[in-house]
Design a protein around this ligand. Structure first.
Ligand code: PNS
Length: 160
């Protein structure tokens, strides 16, 4: 039974994240989406809001769970009894940061193995930050985020 942890900020979850979750759920026995609660960041959505939006977006995937974590990813992995991490790569520019993190995580806890998945090309330009920027100025984010997120963004920016 291989449990894969898919960690991230998910502020908010996008279709790019969902693509990785769906494909990961076909490969691994269980995927746990782990939402980072970072007291040093000021997210648009609280950690509970982010968790709920992911839960609503993955409702049809029976082997996907959503949790929150604080602190080091490797400490969370140890508590979960998991050693597999999934991360999506949109472009070569993502790779440098991701390789650094993956290598450091292995140094901190050697059993950790990070699996990189290339994001589907139709989502390679997508990020949570760009989605927030578009929604903030009233742009159309349909197709970029799951429907519950679209609605939550409208509410957050008081757009009906
Ligand atoms: O969605 P993000 O913001 O790109 O996700 C980054 C995340 C959450 C995977 C990374 O920042 C992380 O694992 N943070 C937890 C703290 C930690 O373990 N840092 C050391 C990594 S070497």
């Amino acid at each position: 039974m291989i449990i894969a942890i898919y960690p991230g900020s998910f502020d908010p979850i996008t279709m790019g994240h969902l693509d990785i979750i769906e494909r990961g759920a076909h490969i691994f026995d269980e995927v746990v989406v782990a939402v980072l609660e970072n007291p040093h960041k000021n997210p648009l959505f609280s950690v509970e809001e982010r968790k709920l939006l992911i839960e609503q977006s993955v409702a049809s995937l029976s082997n996907v769970k959503v949790e929150t974590f604080m602190g080091l990813l490797v400490d969370y992995l140890r508590v979960k009894g998991a050693r597999v991490v999934i991360r999506g790569l949109r472009a070569v520019s993502d790779f440098e940061f991701e390789l650094q993190n993956a290598t450091m995580n292995r140094k901190l806890w050697p059993p950790t193995e990070t699996f990189f998945m290339p994001t589907s090309t139709n989502y390679s330009y997508l990020s949570s930050s760009i989605v927030k920027e578009i929604a903030k100025y009233g742009g159309d984010v349909s197709g970029l985020v799951p429907p519950p997120v679209e609605e939550a963004l409208r509410k957050k920016f008081n757009r009906g």
